[in-house]
Design a protein around this ligand. Sequence first.
Ligand code: F6R
Length: 242
Amino acid sequence: MNIVRVDNYEEMSKASARYIIDKVKANRKMTLGLATGSTPKGTYQYIIEDHKQKGTSYQQISTFNLDEYIGLSAKDPNSYHFYMKDVLFNHIDLPLNHTHIPNGDVLDKEEECVRYEAKVKESSIDLQILGIGANGHIGFNEPGTSFQSETHVVALAESTREANARFFPSIDDVPTHAITMGIASIMASKEILLLVSGEAKSEALERLLSDQLPSEDFPASILKTHPRVTIIADNEALMATG
Ligand code: F6R
């Protein structure tokens, strides 16, 4: 794993946007894997700024998001469909029919998982952007998830619901389940870019960078076995690591 240390969230956002933009320029038809949450918001802002100022085009790019809550419609401001339009898709020239996000608002969730996994496999992700949970989750793959897992329905850990409650009126409004790409689906990406910012993630990052063997108790640890992982982390995230 290649580690890039930066000063703060702003620098992490700039460096990761630059990393993604350079890849897009080198391969105009690439497939990008996208994450939601707080961490990549600044990255998306810099991608938008570059698109507006320098005209980097996303017309032939395709995207796949990691996950979506179950039970929220695409119009719900807390859905990841809404988030992606709000923070990225509405502001660049990426055709909406090139974007893919699991549909958490369908009757047959299992069928949706099979459909989504097939799409991911067919396209094959060139660069997957990831954030990390304080408990080591990637996507919504909580501790204990099989490293062989493909797109599946998950019950969210209480700690994950609490961490995400800040976006909802109350914790009771946070969905209990989600659809997520599995660990095997993530690991099939040709390259992975993990973004880590802030003290709240420092223990998780320390554990990831330690010499502990990969273990399903700590999902992100599988990344150690991927041949092309870059981590862009800020000083606070690296504080426990030294
Ligand atoms: C988001 C996702 C999650 C987040 C993680 C960190 O699509 O799959 O794994 O990356 O929960 O979230 P933030 O960035 O909000 O700390």
